[in-house]
Ligand binder design. Structure first.
Ligand SMILES: NC(=O)c1ccc[n+]([C@@H]2O[C@H](COP(=O)([O-])OP(=O)(O)OC[C@H]3O[C@@H](n4cnc5c(N)ncnc54)[C@H](OP(=O)(O)O)[C@@H]3O)[C@@H](O)[C@H]2O)c1
Length: 245
């Protein structure tokens, strides 16, 4: 699929990686970009800077009525970027309750799935198009300090594989993006080298353009992915060793 001239919808477009997707799509020559955000006031300034191409949409991906309204408003979309996500940061057994784990699953898995289900017919009607799911390298191997987030991204990884099979018949390309630490609000407490959000957006859009299905956009993601391919058990053990005491 050619990203230049596409009509995209980006969830969580107001900051972090979502905002970088909007900027990368502008650079790549997208025709129209629906900037979805829970609060449209948070994208007002961005939209005002390119009003012919950027269109605000109020969208909480856990709200079925808002998703249905987005489908009504954005029936011309041929690239859906499922970027919105949360990390509550809990360890599986040391978090005080299941509240964070449930919220992560609601947003990162069920919210993303609800968006894919709602927009699948739109993409089908627009020549197939593409879905980009922003997942995490921690969805391929559990990071114990964010164990419940990892589990929600593992569920979304499995969903991404399933969507690829489900939507192949209508010609929809499905790209999974597996970043390591990226320099956004979500990772502000992470003390390790972080790649810029633009690296994620640019690598993901390049993959849409050339048919790559799995994207490892930064050095840490690429290193862990290689480790998993060479020796999955040893890599899982090494990362399990990072568990908080
Ligand atoms: N940063 C990293 O190190 C990293 C690494 C791997 C993967 N990721 C993934 O990358 C994606 C973007 O994260 P980020 O780093 O850019 O985080 P961020 O700066 O915290 O931004 C998260 C975005 O998601 C939106 N969002 C959260 N819940 C939502 C909901 N229910 N409905 C709609 N929008 C919602 C937020 O909106 P509000 O402004 O309204 O809160 C915000 O726009 C996430 O899926 C995250 O899991 C991030």
């Amino acid at each position: 699929m050619d990203v230049s001239g596409c009509t995209a919808l980006v969830t969580g477009s107001n900051r972090g990686i979502g905002r970088a997707f909007v900027e990368a799509l502008q650079k790549a020559g997208a025709r129209r970009i629906y900037c979805a955000a829970r609060k449209t006031s948070s994208v007002e300034e961005m939209v005002a800077s390119d009003p012919d191409r950027l269109v605000p949409i109020a969208l909480d991906i856990t709200d079925d009525a808002q998703i249905a309204a987005a489908v009504e408003q954005a029936g011309d979309v041929n690239l859906l970027v499922n970027n919105a996500g949360i990390a509550r940061g809990g360890s599986l057994t040391k978090a005080e309750s299941l509240e964070g784990a449930r919220a992560e699953m609601d947003t990162n898995y069920f919210g993303t799935l609800a968006m894919a289900r709602a927009f699948a017919p739109v993409l089908g009607a627009n020549d197939g198009g593409a879905i980009v799911n922003v997942l995490s390298i921690s969805g391929l191997v559990n990071f114990p300090m964010i164990g419940s987030y990892s589990a929600s991204k593992a569920a979304a990884h499995s969903m991404t594989q399933g969507l690829r099979a489900d939507l192949a018949g209508q010609g929809t390309e499905v790209v999974g993006v597996y970043p390591g630490p990226i320099d956004t609000d979500m990772a502000e407490d992470v003390e390790m080298p972080k790649a810029p959000p633009s690296a994620v957006a640019e690598a993901a859009l390049a993959a849409v353009g050339d048919g790559t299905q799995d994207v490892f956009p930064d050095a840490m993601a690429a290193q862990i992915s290689a480790g998993l391919q060479q020796n999955a058990k040893a890599t899982a053990k090494r990362i399990a060793g990072m568990a908080p005491s």
